[in-house]
Design a protein around this ligand. Structure first.
Ligand SMILES: [Cu+2]
Length: 848
């Protein structure tokens, strides 16, 4: 096949003359557009020049007459962006969330007096009552799941179970006092055979301390209760010092935030409260006023204010603080201009700046002109694309997870799921220096938000819903997950050559499965990206607001001033993933490959260059003991880690493997030994770790870990007990993260381009050669027969498709759909109600 093309656009074509010719332009618009599109088509019969005339208000196309061209026919409408049905390997998604009916039936069964749990409905429960905190699916044992996938039938289908967390606030002191218990309930559907069994085998301590509990129906039941006991008394002082008050009124101008963890080992529940301006982006408006409070136990009468801190002065109680204020001994912070009025800078409102050249036009967008190339089973939550296939799961703690990931017919990953997201801060104030968030506590799944079509994901993305339980009911988000294919605009392989068969390129495409969690101030974008060569990239990008501190010279070294009185505080993010990789089956080994410099001497070396040569050499070691498998990437990335199957060789007699390849910013935590982030997040100390897979070690963390740094429910280090890890079923625990040294450009929001971190899982002698070569989205060129003629080529019959894309629907965003515990749809929530549920104690308004 012959092709003709224009080497470069002729700059003269953009003549002023043509720019002035506006007559008839609108009448000709459609025809010209069509000609323009056809000119770019695969037919390549028109050697056309497209003149693009851009005005300030509109954009139109024009074309010069094309010699020898036939009259173009109007383009057809493209196929709608609806995915084709998928063909999952089994008709049941074993990891699917509980259905609404299943959740309602478990709730009903638990609250039946016959269970004897003495439960009080969460919306009415006091802390000293028993109430259900959470209900969700409990995933099957891997061996059972594999048996089902091997031969799917009703007989092999594993029984379904739920997992329930109950706050036992009413447990008498004689029995140990209030506590939390985790249970497995099932089999489902609920029947006479259904039982409730305490879930303890996955934890490293017996009890879940009540002081480590998560926020239930009313996350504000504790803090406002105490804060309202003293803040109104201080209103005239806070108005004077900070220009704001917290009186428990609708128009309060100060709001509170709290720092975590709340406890070391569960023996107390205490937090630092920090006050902020109640404006857009309050996290960037701390006023430098702090209180340490005790909210231990289940009896609010015991709670107390322990101390107040203002401008590095400590006061035992409100009276002392007031006295210092009244008698003039309080050392006030100097007045600063932006402490009072100028607060819009922290909003996302476009600043008044001139519009950039051509920025009135929408940017390019991705269109699958020939229709979507991925398949989706919405009901089963199964996605497939280009030889890849996977089921999706979803849970409260960490949101989306991927299961039974297969490539070209073989299972590659049993489970790929986020485990925990850590953010540890530094500073010279009580809030920043004590903060070490573990966001599993808040629920990265509960914090998943509906995505903005055309902004968070391309217009043609396909959205999948997710439902999470709250103690008041269930919440469904229709746009919790988006799936889309995109052109990387870069060939995955290419070469220019002159010998027959060596000149060509294969297009680079990626299928992305994405979800976004907004945890208080921060937004995490989770991307799982699949490529045609068998590579997967797992990437987390961060945006949203910094947790800002009050900037003053004593904060030097702990961040950067991003405004007169606001600083971005120094912190590390580390996010842990579980990768249950199965390379050629379950039996895998950990291979460490590294390169080192050597000096060698060979008899054939030339005399003129000397007797020795310095070069590098590969060493390959199998790490046999689990204790040696908590590792960091080698210095200068000279080598890396892979799981291989020593019993499965490729054609070249090399053990088939999959490597962990560091992506963007492959960091681990800087701080080791902090009491606020100790045994509860020891996974964050490494780039990766490899342990033997066990049903009793399903996750590297738990939602209660945040508040138990000294004695966590899941102590990751306990996974590593000296076992042999050669040819065993292994799990990789891989970290991504960023050392976040904030800067002015983090205001108003952190940018995803640099606040990103990733790792790749990529075939390592898994195949006999690069399998992306089998793509027919590729071209092979041949030298022209006659010098000067165009190159001939083979595009494997895959031609660009020319059609008119379906119209992008108008932007629409709707909130979540809520269901009561009876399973009935609940009335829509107000913005304030949604904010309360979403921001938890990151933004606490007093309510009297
Ligand atoms: Cu950050």
């Amino acid at each position: 096949m012959q092709g003709g093309y224009e080497l470069l656009k002729d700059p003269d074509a953009f003549s002023l003359e043509s720019a002035r010719r506006t007559t008839h332009r609108r009448l000709l618009y459609s025809v010209l557009l069509i000609v323009g599109l056809v000119a770019c088509s695969s037919v390549y019969v028109f050697s056309s020049r497209v003149h693009i005339v851009l005005g300030d208000e509109s954009y139109q196309t024009e074309t010069l007459p094309v010699p020898n061209s036939s009259v173009p026919r109007p383009l057809d409408q493209c196929a709608a962006s609806v995915p084709l049905p998928a063909k999952p390997p089994a008709p049941v998604n074993l990891w699917a969330s509980l259905t609404l009916d299943e959740t309602v039936s478990i709730h009903k069964w638990l609250t039946d007096p016959a269970r004897g749990l003495d439960l009080v409905s969460a919306d009415k429960a006091n802390l000293s009552d028993n109430s259900i905190f959470h209900i969700e699916v409990y995933r099957p044992v891997k061996a059972d799941a594999l048996a089902y996938l091997e031969s799917p039938s009703q007989e092999t289908l594993p029984a379904r179970y739920g997992r329930v967390s109950i706050h036992l606030g009413a447990r008498p002191e004689a029995e140990g006092g209030p506590v939390i218990k985790d249970y497995v309930v099932g089999p489902l559907p609920v029947s006479d055979e259904t039982t409730l069994k305490e879930l303890t085998e996955i934890y490293h301590r017996d009890d879940i301390p009540y002081n480590a509990r998560g926020f239930g129906a009313n996350p504000f039941s504790e803090l406002p209760y105490l804060l309202s006991s003293y803040m109104p008394r201080l209103a005239h002082v806070t108005q004077d010092l900070f220009g704001g008050v917290a009186l428990g009124l609708e128009n309060d101008t100060l709001i509170a935030g709290a720092s975590g963890p709340f406890s070391f080992d569960g023996s107390f529940r205490r937090t630092w409260v920090s006050w902020r301006k109640n404006v857009a982006g309050p996290w960037l408006h701390p006023v430098n006023f702090f209180q340490y409070i005790d909210i231990s136990g289940a009896d609010p009468k015991q709670w107390k204010l322990l101390k107040l801190v203002y401008n590095h002065q400590i006061f035992e109680n409100v009276d002392d603080f007031l006295e210092a204020y009244n008698n003039g001994t309080l050392r006030r912070l100097p007045e600063r201009p932006d402490q009072r009025d100028d607060v819009e800078w922290s909003s996302r409102i476009r600043p008044s700046a001139p519009q950039r050249d051509l920025d009135h036009l929408p940017g390019p967008r991705q269109v699958s002109f020939a229709g979507l190339r991925f398949r989706v089973d919405r009901k089963l939550q199964y996605v497939s694309w280009m030889g890849w296939g996977m089921y999706l799961g979803f849970d409260r703690d960490m949101g989306m997870s991927l299961w039974d990931i297969r490539f070209l017919g073989d299972r590659l990953i049993y489970e790929l799921s986020p485990q925990e997201a850590m953010a540890q801060y530094a500073g010279n104030d009580p809030m920043q220096t004590t903060t070490a968030w573990l966001d599993r506590f808040f629920g990265m799944g509960s914090a998943v938000r509906d995505m903005l079509p055309g902004y968070d994901c391309p217009y043609e993305a396909v959205y999948l819903p997710a439902t999470t339980y709250t103690s008041l009911g269930m919440i469904t988000r229709e746009r919790a997950i988006c799936v889309f294919e995109h052109d990387t605009a870069r060939p995955i392989t290419r070469h220019t050559g002159y010998h027959e068969g060596e000149f060509g390129a294969v297009r680079g495409y990626v299928l992305t499965v994405r979800s976004v969690s907004t945890v208080g101030n921060y937004d995490y974008i989770f991307d799982y990206m699949f490529m045609t060569d068998g590579t997967i990239e797992v990437r987390v990008s961060a945006s949203g607001y910094l947790q800002g501190g009050f900037w003053e010279p004593k904060q030097t070294g702990y961040g950067t001033a991003i405004r007169d009185t606001t600083m971005g505080s120094l912190h590390d993010h580390v996010i842990n993933f579980k990768v249950d990789l199965d390379v050629g089956g379950l039996e895998n080994s950990l291979l460490f490959t590294h390169t080192e410099q050597e000096e060698v001497e060979q008899p054939w070396f030339d005399d003129d260059w000397g007797k020795t040569v310095i070069q590098q050499k590969i060493t390959r070691d199998i790490i046999e003991n689990e204790n040696d498998a908590k590792v960091n990437y080698p210095v200068n990335f000279q080598g890396g880690y892979a799981l291989i199957n020593q019993d499965k060789k490729n054609k070249w007699d090399i053990a088939r493997g999959y490597a962990v390849h560091p992506g963007y910013s492959p960091v681990h935590n800087t701080v080791v030994g902090s009491k606020r982030l100790l045994d509860n997040a020891n996974w964050a100390r490494y780039n990766l770790a490899v342990s033997r897979r066990k049903e009793t070690e399903p996750t590297s963390s738990s939602m209660w870990n945040m508040n138990l740094p000294g004695k966590p429910m899941v102590d990751f280090h306990k996974f590593f007990d000296g076992e042999n890890i050669t040819q065993q079923d292994l799990v990789l625990w891989i970290n991504v993260g960023t050392h976040h040294l904030p800067q002015a450009e983090d205001s108003p929001n952190t940018r995803t381009n640099t606040a990103s971190s990733s790792f790749f899982l990529t075939p390592l002698n898994y195949f006999d050669s690069d399998v992306s070569m089998d793509s027919t989205n590729a071209i092979l060129l041949s030298n022209p027969v006659k010098p000067g003629d165009p190159y001939t080529y083979n595009d494997y019959g895959v031609k660009p498709v020319n059609c008119v894309p379906t119209a992008v629907p108008p932007f629409e965003y709707r909130g979540l759909t809520a269901f009561g515990l009876d399973g009935k749809m609940a009335p829509p929530a107000s913005a304030e109600e949604m904010r309360k549920g979403a921001e938890m104690y990151h933004r606490i308004k007093l309510e009297l």
